[in-house]
Write a protein of this length. Structure first.
Length: 405
């Protein structure tokens, strides 16, 4: 009805797009949205345009709108057309080409990256990231210091992609580059993503201490952002600290203490208690009772076997302490595992220098060497005392014989 494009026409188009989306009419929806984008060429302010476009894209991409957002628009030659969400992102980026609104273009490009990451559309995601990298780079190829915050957001998306693709070498470089970015004030969630991926990278390299540090920083960032992912990072922190054989309770920190009795974390709390007591049987029982909560996470499941082995080794070392020799079958019964597994653990412990002894696999026994310096000194002192007593006894006996004569 308006004679000249203005604010109310822009708002009306937005409501028409939402109504067509609710009615599942994707073709007409895209046409109305393109009409709305026509207002970006000066008919509305940049701030108003950015606010309305972002809110509309957030509405369409919300979790409750999944079915409508995944509907297809058109198609050509029998091939399926893009989804509604992909079509809206594509139309927006095309309308913003030429630097009309760089800030809105950047935000929409990031939203598209998140969508492509969920779809695992790696080729298209790589191309979109190339455009975003170029936006954050100067003509000489160096990073634009004025766009440090935006660069961190781009790096966080690429880090997630490289993590999914398991490209460890590229991931390490990206992670280190992200930590070198200066003067940026990113959203805590962005920092959380970077630190979490860094923690996973360190776990893959078996650098448990560094992983625990990164998972703690990721937890703090997600907690500050109010993101639900904080609980998952807290679980990873507990896992890393146990693998690092740390005696520090991760729930002693003021930031983590409120989550100690969280239903999702409670299983890990019980697990770390059994670990610190060195109770392999209880450790295994906790795993079995909470299989879904603990082993349901693929990342935790990958490392849990290593952790269980570590607990058994810890119990085995305590079991060996008072003995000079031990039957493998006895240790197997105490640990509740097969003798072959005990033999494998003993070989590893001997090679690592944690056990000084000789394993006789034919007889199924372990002969231990005395390596405790305190015990050795005591043994030598007892021998010395025994010799002195022997000499004293000999001298007394000789005197007695002489006196009798």
């Amino acid at each position: 009805m308006e004679g000249e494009k203005g604010e109310w026409g822009f708002k009306a188009h937005k409501q028409i797009v939402k109504a067509l989306f609710r009615e599942r009419r994707p073709g007409e929806l895209l046409e109305a949205y393109q009409g709305m984008l026509g207002y970006l060429a000066g008919a509305v302010s940049r701030n108003d345009a950015e606010k309305k476009i972002n809110s509309l894209l957030d509405y369409v991409s919300g979790p409750k709108q999944r079915e409508g957002a995944e509907a297809r628009v058109g198609g050509d030659g029998g091939e399926e057309g893009p989804t509604v969400l992909e079509a809206l992102y594509g139309a927006t980026l095309e309308a913003l080409g030429g630097g009309r609104n760089e800030r809105l273009w950047f935000k929409v490009s990031l939203k598209l990256c998140s969508l492509l990451l969920q779809q695992r559309a790696w080729g298209r995601l790589e191309r979109t990231l190339d455009a975003l990298r170029a936006h954050c780079t100067l003509a000489d190829g160096s990073a634009d210091s004025r766009k440090g915050t935006q660069l961190l957001e781009v790096l966080s998306v690429e880090i997630q992609m490289r993590t999914e693709l398991r490209q460890a070498k590229a991931l390490k470089g990206l992670y280190q580059r992200a930590l070198r970015v200066k003067g940026a004030i990113p959203h805590p969630k962005v920092l959380g993503v970077i630190r979490e991926c860094g923690g996973k990278m360190h776990m893959g390299a078996r650098a448990w201490g560094a992983a625990a540090t990164d998972f703690f920083e990721a937890f703090r960032s997600f907690d500050e952002a109010g993101a639900a992912r904080r609980v998952k990072c807290l679980k990873y922190l507990v896992l890393a600290q146990m693998l690092a054989a740390s005696d520090v309770d991760p729930f002693d920190a003021p930031e983590t203490k409120p989550y100690k009795n969280d239903p999702e974390v409670l299983a890990m709390t019980s697990l770390i208690g059994a670990y610190q007591r060195g109770d392999a049987q209880e450790f295994r029982a906790v795993l079995e009772r909470n299989e879904g909560a603990i082993m349901g996470d693929p990342f935790i499941r990958v490392h849990m076997e290593s952790l269980l082995r570590q607990v058994r080794e810890q119990v085995l070392l305590k079991l060996l302490r008072p003995y000079r020799s031990m039957r493998v079958a006895f240790a197997a019964r105490e640990l509740g595992v097969a003798p072959e597994e005990v033999e494998a653990m003993l070989v590893t412990l001997i090679l690592d220098g944690k056990v000084q002894g000789r394993l006789d696999q034919v007889e199924g026994t372990l002969e231990l060497e005395c390596t405790d310096s305190g015990a050795q000194h005591l043994h030598e002192a007892v021998l010395g005392l025994s010799r002195s007593l022997g000499s004293f006894h000999g001298a007394v006996a000789r005197k007695a014989v002489t006196a009798n004569l």
